[in-house]
Design a protein around this ligand. Structure first.
Ligand code: NAD
Length: 481
């Protein structure tokens, strides 16, 4: 209770200060020094403090839902229903899960001690790492900033958050709200672009958690290597969806939903489809346009449920892919609105630009392959994706897919949804990243698993291992191992 009261009163002070006028923007060095003090004094370690901060974050999401949805609409044209479903509800689910399991996660785990060391007790303690830096991208700017925060707070760390400058409304709103709700001694938001991130990367951290593209991922990994700081890289890549057989109207709806939410700017969206055989290709070409029309109407530009490209650069980049295949559906654009219609391309050359770079926009190329094995070979000949999906009703194919495909996560007959299960770790492999979070995986990412061995010294039961090693001791040691 004491911690809760202290948290509230600090928050109240921050809120009062905010009421007097705009708060000065947090600066990297000053903010990191303040948080380092919190880490050194173990401010965020007690379970009550962790639970209090999670509760406060939950309150922020509840009380500021409208403002957050407004910022997401301004930055990404994100429909409010989609913002709730894919961002706010996801963070709430992570908080609920952490609240439910916090006690278990924090508890020491006892392990067996070998006979040669007995009597003794061995346990593994989950210890906070200290001070962590979270760098987020623009495409899910609430989820990808606050999701890692849940794991970092649950694990008892002080946290500095760096939102993306490409979602400026959301960044400014969170920079204002977080000090109002969370304890500013333990959590800070520093806004800014590449120069700010570069400055942050030059400071001392106990862990760096980065979500974004591969190019900056390399910069982050390089900076972390200089100071031997552990790093989690949540990157992207071209996540394939293999379609073999099944209920094509349902498959088309699931693909269209996964692909066109957030106007295709989703890291785990099916980037392209590999249709196995002529039947699958024909089924998709018939039903994908129907699914798109059912979701967004005849003119998606007037749909309340369809988003926009984040900025002009991404608009121009993605619009450039529209000529890379035969147009099955969509294809229209409006530069002033940064609107790109949900688009399906067929007869796409595997060497075309749309098949070489991560699309990260509402264009879905279909590439036909003759056999299921060709699809597996196609996927494995490219950098490992963040996710891979298979649509089929044949268990044998699912088993082969699981066994042979290298990807961060797998979806059987479903796209994108595995990241909505807090009990599943989420992360990439190879080119799509390293490390994982969500649920217990997030708690573990931001914790040290510390081994502890305790033994009484009253009776010296270790004498058998001390030199000199005569024949009797050598015999005992051989027997005990
Ligand atoms: P972005 O441009 O917002 O960059 C991410 C962060 O890096 C930002 O905070 C930005 O300030 C910082 N940054 C940019 N340039 C920098 C530089 N030169 N030096 C240091 N820091 C710099 O986001 P993005 O990279 O366009 O994000 C899109 C990519 O992220 C896609 O590849 C997508 O697949 C991937 N992504 C992955 C996940 C995941 O969970 N694995 C989630 C979302 C997006």
């Amino acid at each position: 209770m004491a911690t809760k009261r202290r948290t509230r009163s600090t928050a109240a002070t921050a809120a009062t200060t905010a009421g007097r006028g705009p708060q000065p923007a947090e600066q990297p060095v000053a903010a990191s020094r303040r948080l380092r003090d919190a880490a050194d004094s173990r401010l965020a370690h007690p379970r009550r403090f962790r639970a209090g901060q999670l509760k406060a974050l939950e309150r922020l999401l509840q009380e500021k839902e409208e403002a957050l949805c407004g910022a997401l609409a301004a930055d990404l044209g994100k429909p409010a229903a989609e913002a709730r479903l894919t961002e706010l509800d996801r963070v709430k689910a992570e908080i609920d899960h952490a609240q439910l399991h916090l006690g278990d996660w924090m508890a020491d785990r006892h392990v067996k001690v070998p006979v040669s060391l007995q009597p003794a007790a061995a346990r593994i303690q989950s210890r906070p790492l200290g001070l962590v830096l979270v760098i987020a991208p623009w495409n899910y700017p609430v989820l990808l900033l606050l999701g890692p925060l849940v794991g970092a707070l649950a694990a008892g760390n002080a946290v500095l958050l760096k939102p993306s400058e490409l979602a400026p409304e959301t960044s400014a709103l969170l920079a204002r709200l977080i000090p109002e709700y969370l304890d500013p001694r333990a959590v800070a938001v520093v806004e800014g672009a590449a120069e700010t991130t570069t400055e942050l990367l030059g400071l001392r951290w106990d862990h760096i958690f980065y979500t974004g593209g591969e190019r900056v991922g390399r910069i982050v990994a390089h900076a972390a290597a200089e100071s031997l700081t552990p790093v989690t890289l949540e990157l992207g890549g071209k996540s394939p969806a293999v379609v073999s057989d099944g209920n094509f109207p349902a498959i088309a709806r699931r693909l269209a939903h996964g692909k066109f939410m957030n106007a295709g700017q989703t890291c785990v969206a099916p980037d392209y489809v590999l249709a196995v055989g002529a039947g699958a290709a024909a089924g998709l070409q018939k039903h994908l346009p129907r699914a798109i029309a059912a979701f967004y109407g005849k003119d998606p530009s007037s749909s309340r449920d369809y988003g926009r490209m984040v900025n002009d650069d991404h608009f121009v980049r993605v619009a450039g892919y529209l000529g890379d295949g035969r147009l099955v559906s969509g294809g229209s654009i409006d530069a002033a609105e940064r609107y790109i219609e949900p688009t399906v391309l067929a007869d796409v050359d595997p060497g075309a630009p749309v098949m070489s770079e991560e699309i990260f926009g509402p264009v879905l190329p279909i590439v036909r392959v003759d056999r299921f094995d060709d699809a597996i070979r196609f996927i494995n000949s490219r950098p490992s994706p963040l996710a891979a999906y298979l649509f089929s009703e044949r268990p044998r194919l699912h088993a082969a897919f699981e066994d042979q495909v290298r990807a961060g996560g797998i979806g059987h007959n479903v796209c994108n949804m595995h990241l909505a299960v807090p009990g599943l770790p989420f992360g990439g492999v190879g080119a799509s990243g390293m490390g994982a979070y969500h649920g217990k995986a997030g708690f573990d990412t931001f914790s040290q698993q510390r081994p502890m061995l305790s033994k009484s010294a009253r009776l010296d039961t270790l004498r058998a291992v001390y030199p000199p090693f005569g024949w009797a001791k050598r015999g005992i040691m051989r027997r005990l191992g």
